[in-house]
Write a protein that binds this ligand. Structure first.
Ligand code: MN
Length: 192
């Protein structure tokens, strides 16, 4: 039985980049629907007792779509905080600078891949087993765990994530999201 995650901040904490109205729909309606759907779909199946990540790795079709969207949104909503928290000196920052030359160059590529993703989906920063980093685009409910990657950071490019606040201006929304990323969370995902 999956439950809707609690947000680690007040509903208006990310305003105006993600307004309270968007959170109300995105967390309270869209994510809640994925949770309700998955609970119905797995009832009485072997998936019922499995951890969410295992369901994402081993399912297909409607179960995968709903489980993937729950995992994606759980990672998404818990990576933000009011005002953001900076990327500190440490292993993750050093690896980003090693691969991209600068944090700004990394952010630029991440935004470009988010803007360039056709239709609905997610752009991800993930770690490989050797600690190297990779940016990937995933359509629809995709999550990098299905390819053996450890997901660290994600921007949701489904229109429901930004349409109320930015309408069709996906690029403006993605570039503003950096202001609310809680890099402490991203660093702890990388170091775990
Ligand atoms: Mn979403």
């Amino acid at each position: 039985m999956m439950n809707l995650i609690d947000l680690p901040y007040e509903i208006n904490a990310l305003d105006p980049i993600i307004s309270a109205r968007t959170i109300e729909f995105h967390h309270g309606k869209h994510l809640q629907a994925y949770v309700d759907n998955l609970n119905k779909l797995v009832a009485g199946t072997p998936f019922e007792a499995k951890p969410l990540e295992d369901i994402v790795k081993t399912s297909t079709g409607a179960i995968f779509n709903n489980a993937g969207q729950i995992l994606n949104h759980n990672l998404y909503f818990t990576q933000f905080c009011k005002g953001g928290a900076p990327l500190a000196e440490g292993a993750l920052k050093a690896q980003i600078e090693r691969q991209w030359g600068s944090v700004e160059a990394f952010k630029a590529e991440f935004e470009t891949k988010g803007v360039g993703l056709f239709g609905s989906g997610w752009v991800w920063l993930s770690a490989q087993e050797d600690g190297s980093l990779v940016i990937t685009q995933e359509p629809n409910a995709g999550n990098p765990v299905t390819r053996g990657l450890k997901p660290l950071l994600t921007f949701d490019v489904w229109e429901h994530a930004y349409y109320l606040d930015y309408q069709n201006r996906r690029a403006a929304h993605l570039s503003a999201l950096w202001k609310i990323v809680n890099w402490k969370v991203i660093e702890s995902r990388y170091n775990r």
